[in-house]
Design a protein around this ligand. Structure first.
Ligand code: NAD
Length: 247
C-alpha cells in the first residue's frame, strides 16, 4: 500500500512505533526510524534485518525536542532518499503522578516530547512534503485525549493538544496536498502500559467491550490505512483504535 514512499517514524524502536515501522516496510515503504538512544535504534534495526534482510530501513537518534536537530536529521534523509512522503509522530512518554506531586520538570518533559517534538517534525516535514507536491503527517494521540485521565494530567493535556495541532494543520496544509490525521489508541500492550501499576490497568481491561487490550499491530494497521491513498479524502481525523474501551 506504500510502494516507493519514504517514511519517518519517531519512537520507532519499540511498541506501537516499531509495529508501524514493520507494517510500513511490509507495504513497500522505505523507513527511517527514530529512537532516543543509539543502542535501542541498533537493536530495532538488527531485529528488522533478521526478519527480512531486504527491508529498506535505517535508524537515527536526533533530539526531536530540538528544532535544529530535527532540521539536520530531515535534511540528511532528504539528501539520501530524495524526498520525505510520510512523517509519523509517535514518540511519547507518560507519568501518572497526582497533581499535588506533579513536578514542573516532569510536565515540561512530557510537553516537550509529546507536543513540541510533534510541532518540530511536522514543521520540517511539511516543508519537504510541500516541495514534493504533498505528503502525510500522522500523529499518535490517545483515548485520554477524549476522556481525560484521573491522574497524570500532563499526558492527557499533551494529547488534547496533539488533537488540536492535527485538526489545525489539516486545515492549514490541505491546500499543499498534505493530509494530517491522528490515531488515538486505547489500552495497547506495550512497555508503556506494562510500566503502569496493575491496579490501574486491570479495571480498564475489564471494561473494554472487545474483551482484550489492543496489540501494537492493531494500531499500526490504522496508521497504514491513513498513510495510504485509500485515505486520500481523510484529513483532520482522530481515529480511535480502542475496542470501544473508555478509561
Ligand atoms: P513505548 O514506551 O513502548 O515506546 C515509546 C517510543 O518513544 C520508543 O521508541 C522510544 O524510543 C521513544 N522515546 C521515548 N522517549 C523519547 C525521547 N525523549 N526522544 C525520542 N524518542 C523517545 O510506548 P508506546 O506505548 O509504543 O507509545 C507510543 C505512542 O503511543 C506514544 O505517543 C503514546 O503516548 C501513545 N499511546 C500509547 C498507548 C498504549 O496503550 N501503549 C495508548 C495511547 C497512546
Amino acid at each position: 500500500m506504500l510502494p516507493g514512499k519514504v517514511a519517518i517514524v519517531t519512537g520507532g524502536t519499540r511498541g506501537i512505533g516499531f509495529a508501524v515501522v514493520r507494517t510500513f516496510l511490509n507495504n513497500g515503504a522505505t523507513v527511517v526510524l527514530f529512537g532516543s538512544k543509539e543502542e535501542s535504534v541498533q537493536k530495532a534495526l538488527t531485529k528488522l534485518k533478521q526478519e527480512n534482510p531486504n527491508y529498506q530501513v535505517m535508524g537515527m537518534h536526533p533530539d526531536i525536542t530540538d528544532m535544529r536537530a530535527v532540521e539536520r536529521a530531515f535534511a540528511d534523509i532528504k539528501s539520501r532518499f530524495g524526498k520525505i512522503d510520510i512523517v509519523v509522530n509517535n514518540a511519547g512518554i507518560s507519568a501518572s503522578d497526582s497533581l499535588y506531586n506533579y513536578e514542573e520538570e516532569e510536565f515540561d518533559k512530557i510537553i516537550d516530547l509529546n507536543l513540541k517534538a510533534v510541532f518540530n517534525c511536522s514543521k520540517v516535514g511539511a516543508k519537504y512534503m510541500k516541495e514534493n507536491g504533498g505528503g502525510v503527517i500522522l500523529n499518535t494521540s490517545s483515548m485520554v485525549s477524549i476522556y481525560g485521565q484521573a491522574a497524570g494530567c500532563g499526558y492527557p493535556a499533551s494529547k488534547f493538544a496533539v488533537n488540536g495541532l492535527t485538526k489545525s494543520l489539516a486545515r492549514e496544509l490541505g491546500r499543499d496536498h498534505i493530509r494530517v490525521n491522528a490515531v488515538a489508541p486505547g489500552v495497547i500492550h506495550t512497555d508503556m502500559v506494562d510500566s503502569l501499576p496493575e491496579e490501574m490497568i486491570k479495571p480498564i481491561i475489564a471494561s473494554i467491550p472487545i474483551g482484550r487490550m489492543g496489540e501494537p499491530e492493531d494500531v499500526a494497521n490504522a496508521f497504514l490505512f491513513l498513510a495510504s491513498d485509500l485515505a486520500s479524502f481523510i484529513t483532520g481525523a482522530i481515529l480511535s483504535v480502542d475496542g470501544a474501551g473508555m478509561c
